[in-house]
Design a protein around this ligand. Structure first.
Ligand code: NAP
Length: 302
């Protein structure tokens, strides 16, 4: 049994932390919005008042936060957790960030004698709940080996991608594909409907269209049918990930014009109130719909 400090109990973190608790580990948690910790505390987790409080108690700190800025602030900002971790303990960051953030965080960790793995995940809230996430890990293979029982408690598979930052890099590749292909598919449905094709018949016909990955077709079809657009994977995160992908590519001398175009579309959807809805809501945005809870959300990355 390990003592794990979990920081970031949002849609994903709360479910990942629950699996660690259910696997028998001692779990110390904190979150900006304290009430989100309630179900975990009721199940036996312990509350800490701040990230540094978590770090003082934990052998392993695990973060699942929104953006690179937030990760950096909680780790290294005023009252950041890194200086409070014991030497030789380990920090796993599962937030989707860019590789340069992972490099900076690994260096900051190392300056305190702390080991670091970037370990973003592929899979959404359903997979987090059922333990079916795929971890994409960058860092020392021995550190990964040490942590493998924890990864196994939370995920179905752990890929050691390479050195620090390479887990984060592969995650951006995954989400560049997801974001652009999803938008292309949503546009294809909008095109078909605008040409008078009936939606369900269109989806049926697309079963035989080799251009469209089956997984994506199924996911978009189900989401459009349901029409609720509950945020398994909130639309604002795909906009963020496409931005991170584009900026990271630019630093490496590559340009991603299609990614940039897709990012703008998701950004417009967010500004129109769809940011907290699931990614499939981009279809409704393209059709000119307004979100049912239209509150004029301009969608800062809260
Ligand atoms: N949702 C998915 O399907 C999915 C799948 C794979 C990867 N991811 C990635 O995983 C990460 C978390 O996603 P999520 O869906 O769980 O997001 P979420 O529900 O919005 O959770 C984000 C977490 O970050 C915290 N946070 C945000 N800003 C903060 C700040 N300024 N100070 C302190 N804490 C702050 C939030 O605290 P509060 O609770 O107080 O807001 C929350 O704990 C993101 O990087 C996302 O891209 C998400």
């Amino acid at each position: 049994m390990k003592t794990i400090g979990f920081i970031g109990l949002g849609l994903m973190g709360s479910r990942m932390a629950r699996r660690l608790l259910d696997a028998g580990h001692r779990l110390v948690v904190t979150n900006r919005t304290a009430e989100k910790a309630r179900p975990l505390l009721d199940a036996g987790a312990e509350w800490a008042d701040s990230p540094s409080d978590v770090a003082r108690q934990a052998e392993i700190v695990w973060t699942m936060l929104s953006t690179p800025d937030v990760v950096e602030e909680l780790a290294s900002g005023d009252d950041g957790f890194l200086p409070h971790m014991e030497r030789e303990t380990l920090w796993i960051d599962s937030s989707t960030v860019d590789p340069s953030c992972s490099h900076r965080m690994a260096a900051a960790a190392s300056s305190h004698g702390v080991r670091f793995l970037d370990a973003p995940v592929s899979g959404s809230t359903g997979a987090a709940e059922s333990g079916d996430l795929l971890f994409l890990v960058g860092g020392d293979p021995e550190d990964l080996e040490d942590m493998s029982p924890l990864f196994e408690a939370v995920g179905r598979k752990t890929l050691h991608v390479g050195t620090t930052g390479q887990g984060a890099a592969l995650k951006l590749v995954f989400n560049q594909l997801l974001g652009t292909t999803f938008l292309g598919t949503a546009e294809a449905i909008v095109l078909g409907e605008s040409l008078g094709l009936e939606r369900e018949a269109l989806f049926e016909a697309l079963e035989d269209c080799g251009a469209l990955p089956a997984g994506l077709r199924t996911r978009l079809r189900a989401a459009i049918r349901e029409g609720t657009h509950t945020p398994g994977f909130p639309l604002r995160w795909i906009e963020k990930d496409l931005r991170l992908a584009s900026e990271a590519a630019a630093r490496g001398g590559a340009s991603l014009p299609m990614t940039d175009a897709a990012k703008s579309v998701y950004g417009m959807a967010r500004i129109n109130g769809w940011g907290s809805k699931g990614i499939a809501a981009v279809f409704e945005f393209l059709r000119g719909s307004l979100p049912s809870s239209a509150s004029g959300e301009t969608g800062g990355e809260r």
